[in-house]
Design a protein around this ligand. Sequence first.
Ligand code: RM4
Ligand code: NI
Length: 273
Amino acid sequence: MIIMKMFQLNSDEFFEHSDAAVSTEVRAPQENYPEHSHDFYELMIVTKGAGQHVMNNVPTNLSQNYICYVSPRDRHLLEEVDNLYLTNVLFKKTKLSYSPLLKHLLPRDDEQNNSWYVASENMKRVNLLVDQLQQESQLDTLESRLMSEALFQQLVVEISRGRLTAQSNDEQDNCILKIIDWIQINYQQEFHVGDISERFNISSRTLSRKIKQVTNLSFNNYIHRVRINKAMDLLHYSEMSITDIAFHVGYKDSNYFSTKFKRFTSRSPSDFR
Ligand code: RM4
Ligand code: NI
């Protein structure tokens, strides 16, 4: 077996010059990418496609409009990418001369809650800002540096304003994002397509179609994927027994859980642990 050592990405390589505070890396598409950390901060913005994001050993399923805040303390990797498009907005906190208010809109470095979905209207503006930022961050003039910081601030405002919660933003477009967010929180409950379609006032057919469109998985497989991801987290970080984990993530039968686990990860839960 080849064991690859985790590596660190350095700002020298990704920023235009040593005083630059912001930079962008557009990945269209993003390939699978091994585990790494950075000496800079990264806002990972998913624009389309699907994949698995494993951060500090915790896997999450990626889909459009997902934002994740990655600090220099974190390590992460991307796998099972499927036409995944993303934009990395890289920044150095020490070089930003930004407004002191901005820190209230960004997660703290030790915050668990470091990812969220952004409403489609805000995402459109985020994409425009990224285009401008990409150009400005390549220039090494005082104006461009200032402009990059100004654009960065706007971007942080957009991803914060657009943050979806189950209550907010009733636009049709955002319905599927809210559902995905809801599933990732409520995966422990027993539910069927019909329960969710009723709750969110959308037809079961539309719901299934949209889940497929956004995650590239069927409704059932998407639920399994979310549950298996949570199980991987627990296998890694908790002492819970495999049977308890199976129940905890929403399975009534631990054999069935093991079969599904193997299907998604190619390993049994005990091998994985
Ligand atoms: C990679 C991948 C990493 C990011 C670098 C800059 O393709 O997206 O997460 O840190 O780019
Ligand atoms: Ni990274």
